[in-house]
Each structure stands twice: as C-alpha cells, then as structure tokens.
Design a protein around this ligand. Structure first.
Ligand code: DGL
Length: 267
C-alpha cells in the first residue's frame, strides 16, 4: 500500500467515553478534510474518580495505539485526562498533543457579577492545573469550583433527560446560583451533552462556557505551524474505537456526523 503523506495521516482524539465527541464535532466543523480516529475508553469511564496514575496509564496506552496507527497529532478530548496526564504524555511523545482546560479565562472575561462557577469532575476540581488557572486569572473575581460526581455516569448511560440527572444537577447548581454566579464553565467534555438541561435549570441569563471550539482552533494552529494541515477538498474519514460496547456512542456519532458507525473494540 502506498505510504500516506504526512498531511493525510489522521488526528487521534480520546476521552473516557462519549464526551470527547463534543470536541470531535468542533474539529470536524473547522477541519472537515482531516481524517480522525476517536478512541472512547468506555470500559474505564469515568476517569474523574480514578487516581492520576491510573489515568496516566490508560492515556499512555491509548496514545500508543493511536501512534501505531500513525496519527500526526493527538487531542486529549477530556479535561480530566488533561489535568492528570497532559504533562506526562508530552514527556513521552514528540508529536503535537493538544489538550483541553476549563474555560476559566473566557468566563471571567464574560462575567459582570465577578462570580463564576466551574462544573468539573472530582479529579479536575482538585487538580493543580485548575488551581493554577484560577490563581493566574481570577484577580479580584471569585471562582467557585463544583465537583459533579455521578454526572458522567448518567450521561454515558443515556440518562441525560432523566429525573435523576435533573435532581443531581439541581443539587450541584443551587449553591452556585445562591452565590450569585452569572457565568458557568462546563469543565468536562461530557457536559456540553447536557447543555440544554443545565440552561433550563439556571435560566437564560446565565452564560455557559464550553471549550470544544477553542481546542479545535488550537489544533488547527498547531497543524498549520507544523505544515500538517490536510488541504484536500474531500471530506475526511472518521474511525471510532471503543473499549466497551456503547449504544450512546453510536447514537451520538450519528447525530453529530449523520453517518452510522460500528466502533472497533480495543482493550
Ligand atoms: N469527559 C471527561 C472530562 O472532560 C471525562 C469524565 C470522566 O470520565 O470522569 O473530564
């Protein structure tokens, strides 16, 4: 088989499950010609209550498989894996690794009340990375961090619209509303999947900040800088791998891309 040109090599994206598809959607929107490989580690979700060592190990295992498939760049489409493993992964590999962090800086810029909230997994909420972001950008403004254990599991199980999810969300959102937040950061790539449920509970006046689009733009910049952009006119191919069967993954993939997918399994 003819060897692929560097620009034609795929971009690898990974997450603990389906959340990273919210990033893939943004990537596809601005880089439609790129070939993509998405790896969902659903057998090991959620990452948010695992140790840093465990997340580093899984992330490295996934990156090794992406590199075996000759990807030209990797997107960590997961805030938790970024907080736990991005520096570690960048020490292991030389290819561009694009990571995602909660949108604290844009949220602070949008806020009029000077009080913002960050919804995140337990691991991200307690991470040094988030603490550093707050120290760097908050100044006189207040950043309230709300860990949301249980939410990712409900989203993975297809329960985004259930009463259980609504109740859990109310429980996490009420203290933030009481404290006067006017801007909320969705600090986990799964949470854009329940954007409308969150908005309905907090009301239209509260702004929700997502980071899929900035991650896609950063990817574009990095590819451009490394002369790796695929400039063909044809739409790219998307391959999906999952470590566990997931009906949600198939449904969401079809919603996002309009195409059906039969994910390949990985260990
Ligand atoms: N989608 C993830 C994130 O952005 C991972 C959530 C989890 O597995 O706990 O944090």
């Amino acid at each position: 088989m003819a060897k692929l040109k560097d620009t034609e090599r795929a971009i690898g994206l990974f997450d603990s499950g389906i959340g990273g598809l919210t990033v893939l959607e943004c990537v596809q929107e601005i880089l439609p010609a790129e070939n993509l490989i998405y790896m969902a580690d659903s057998a090991h979700a959620p990452y948010g209550d695992k140790t840093v060592e465990y997340i580093c190990e899984r992330s490295q295992h996934i990156c090794d498989q992406l590199i075996d498939r000759e990807v030209k760049a990797i997107v960590i489409a997961c805030n938790t894996a970024t907080a736990a493993a991005a520096s570690f992964l960048r020490e292991q590999y030389t290819l561009p690794i694009i990571a995602m962090e909660p949108g604290v800086k844009p949220a602070l810029a949008l806020s009029s009340s000077g009080v913002i909230g960050v919804l995140a997994t337990v691991e991200t909420a307690h991470s040094k990375q988030l603490d550093d972001l707050v120290k760097r950008y908050a100044g006189e403004q207040q950043v309230l961090i709300q860990a949301c254990p249980g939410l990712v599991e409900l989203i993975e199980a297809g329960e985004s619209n259930s009463e259980k999810t609504r109740e859990l969300l109310k429980h996490y959102l009420q203290p933030l509303l009481d404290a006067g937040v006017d801007t909320l950061v969705l600090g986990c790539s799964h949470y854009p999947l329940i954007h409308s449920q969150i908005q309905a509970l907090v009301g239209e006046k509260i702004q929700l900040v997502e980071t899929g689009a900035p991650v896609a733009r950063e990817l574009q910049r990095r590819l451009q800088k490394n002369n790796l952009l695929n400039n063909t006119k044809d739409p790219g191919q998307i391959k999906v791998l999952s470590s566990a069967p997931s009906a949600q993954l198939e449904v969401l993939f079809e919603q996002i891309t309009g195409a059906k997918v039969l994910p390949e399994r990985f260990e």
